[in-house]
Write a protein that binds this ligand. Structure first.
Ligand SMILES: *[C@@H]1O[C@H](CO)[C@@H](O)[C@H](O)[C@H]1NC(C)=O
Ligand SMILES: *[C@@H]1O[C@H](CO)[C@@H](O)[C@H](O)[C@H]1NC(C)=O
Ligand SMILES: *[C@@H]1O[C@H](CO)[C@@H](O)[C@H](O)[C@H]1NC(C)=O
Ligand SMILES: *[C@@H]1O[C@H](CO)[C@@H](O)[C@H](O)[C@H]1NC(C)=O
Ligand SMILES: *[C@@H]1O[C@H](CO)[C@@H](O)[C@H](O)[C@H]1NC(C)=O
Ligand SMILES: *[C@@H]1O[C@H](CO)[C@@H](O)[C@H](O)[C@H]1NC(C)=O
Length: 458
């Protein structure tokens, strides 16, 4: 039955890679042709690959097997073709690669028969039989992408021999049994643009030489056992767009050199052991920042007023940081694209800034477990938009205006637990600090508008 399903999906998603140019079409050499069958058989022996794809695999191959010219044809010479990419593992209807059998056995040594291989991709292929990572590092300098996603029985470590892959641009190993440390020589792989190693059993520290990876755009080491400080060299990764070190044991503070990360859009350092360094002003220099996630580290200190320079931010995760002091109103003034704000489980005091009402994109706001007080400054429209994603419980001094929120306690039980405000308090409206006078007039006008909206709802 399983076999039938496989064959069936295969027929539905039978994608044919054709080389369309000359009439005198070159053929894939018999060594590579035979090796492709051997790889396919080892990944799924239930499918009769040789009879389903009896012809030259450069004219007709299962999706995921990609050929290309390695010598271009001329009038007298038909050129040569070789296997360039091999992708395995059914991902979705839109990515119909050959499925792998859960019991697939695979001998990576077969891959040495493909001298022009540029890309290797395995999704959900090795889940029972142990497969070693080491032989993949012997594939030599042609390989540009090495991708393993969700292969729990892939094992081994990132040994020095990975430096054999001198042209590697993309290294993705996630959801495997791969362990050990990042080798010192890793910095030699200076063509790397993406290093995603999340969800493995890696440990040790991030070597200083990582600073040599000048083309790196993505560094994701999340969900491993890494420890130690962030090396100062990280600031030299000028092309970095995403840095995710979450769910590890990194400690210490954040190096000042991080101000060099001018292109960074996502910074996720949550759930590590960073401590007592506060939220440093260095983040203010990352002008492209969209997501800043630091939750689950005992940083302490106050929420800095850095938001005027970080106007593109749309997500802030500051849960459980030991933060004290007020919530700066500048978050509401400047972050017009903010959609996610988590400030729960801190020791924040004062009232919720009136300016939060301006956050038109906000879809989740978590203020639970703080010591906030006073009236919740939101309109009925605001509360109905955020609904259940507004978290306010665990702030005993917070109150709400029954006339505005009465009907919402059904959709959000947090609101039902708040006490009702006793009398109409005239809110204190704090103007943000702005330098240019024309701007400050703008803010005064808009703050009058907010006051108007405020009184309208009272
Ligand atoms: C995989 O192997 C196990 C036992 O070795 C067997 O019970 C199972 O049916 C096999 N699965 C497939 C799809 O062949
Ligand atoms: C992962 O490796 C450990 C030994 O390091 C082994 O005990 C375990 O069975 C492996 N898990 C899988 C899914 O292969
Ligand atoms: C790969 O690197 C290891 C050690 O770094 C070396 O011993 C081996 O010969 C290299 N293999 C190839 C194919 O270059
Ligand atoms: C990487 O840095 C370490 C010290 O942190 C050094 O011992 C090693 O030689 C460096 N390796 C390379 C390849 O630069
Ligand atoms: C908000 O998002 C939009 C759409 O992604 C973008 O065009 C705009 O520049 C952003 N605003 C700021 C202040 O970054
Ligand atoms: C609030 O704090 C208490 C006590 O520390 C904790 O048990 C509870 O899970 C927290 N609630 C939320 C929603 O985080």
């Amino acid at each position: 039955m399983a076999t039938l399903t496989y064959v069936f999906t295969l027929f539905i998603f039978l994608f044919i890679n054709k080389i369309t140019t000359t009439n005198s079409q070159p053929f894939l050499n018999s060594v590579e042709q035979d090796s492709v069958y051997r790889v396919l058989d080892s990944l799924n022996s239930a499918i009769p690959w040789r009879s389903l794809f009896p012809d030259d695999l450069c004219s007709s191959a299962p999706h995921g097997v990609v050929c290309g010219y390695t010598t271009l044809p001329t009038q007298s010479d038909p050129g040569t073709v070789n296997i360039l990419e091999l992708s395995f593992g059914y991902v979705s209807d839109h990515n119909p690669n050959p499925p792998c059998d859960p019991n697939s056995t695979f001998d990576p040594l077969i891959l040495s028969s493909f001298p022009y291989l540029r890309k290797l991709f395995f999704y959900n292929c090795f889940s029972h039989q142990p497969v070693s990572l080491q032989p993949f590092f012997e594939l030599g300098s042609g390989l540009e992408e090495l991708v393993f996603i969700q292969n729990p029985s892939l094992f081994g470590s990132l040994s020095e021999s990975i430096t054999n892959l001198t042209n590697l641009k993309r290294l993705v190993i996630t959801g495997t049994n791969v362990s050990g440390e990042i080798p010192d020589g890793f910095g030699l792989l200076n063509n790397l643009e993406e290093v995603t190693l999340s969800g493995n059993k890696l440990a040790g520290s991030l070597p200083e030489n990582v600073s040599k990876l000048k083309k790196l755009k993505i560094l994701d080491l999340s969900r491993n056992g890494f420890e130690g400080n962030i090396p100062a060299g990280i600031g030299e990764l000028k092309s970095l767009i995403k840095l995710d070190l979450s769910l590890n044991f990194f400690s210490g503070g954040f190096p000042a050199s991080m101000k060099g990360l001018k292109c960074l859009e996502l910074l996720d350092l949550s759930y590590n052991k960073f401590s007592n360094c506060g939220i440093p002003l260095v983040f203010e220099e990352m002008r492209e920042l969209k997501g800043l996630f630091l939750s689950g580290n005992e940083l302490g200190g106050v929420i800095p007023d850095i938001w005027g320079k970080l106007r593109g931010v749309n997500g802030i995760g500051f849960s459980g940081l030991g933060l004290v002091g007020d919530i700066p109103s500048s978050i509401g003034v400047f972050l017009s694209n903010l959609s996610y704000l988590a400030l729960d489980n801190n020791k924040l005091t004062g009232s919720v800034p009136l300016e939060f009402e301006r956050l038109k994109m906000l879809s989740e706001l978590n203020l639970k477990n703080n010591s906030l007080s006073g009236r919740l400054p939101f309109s009925a429209k605001f509360v109905s938009r955020i609904g259940r994603k507004l978290g306010v419980q665990g702030n005993p001094e917070l109150c709400l205006d029954k006339r505005v929120f009465g009907s919402f306690s059904k959709i959000n039980s947090d609101l039902g637990h708040l006490k009702v405000c006793k009398r109409v308090e005239v809110p204190k409206y704090a103007l943000p600090h702005v330098s240019s006078s024309s701007r400050s007039i703008g803010y005064q006008v808009s703050s009058l508008l907010v006051m108007f909206v405020w009184f309208y709802f009272i």
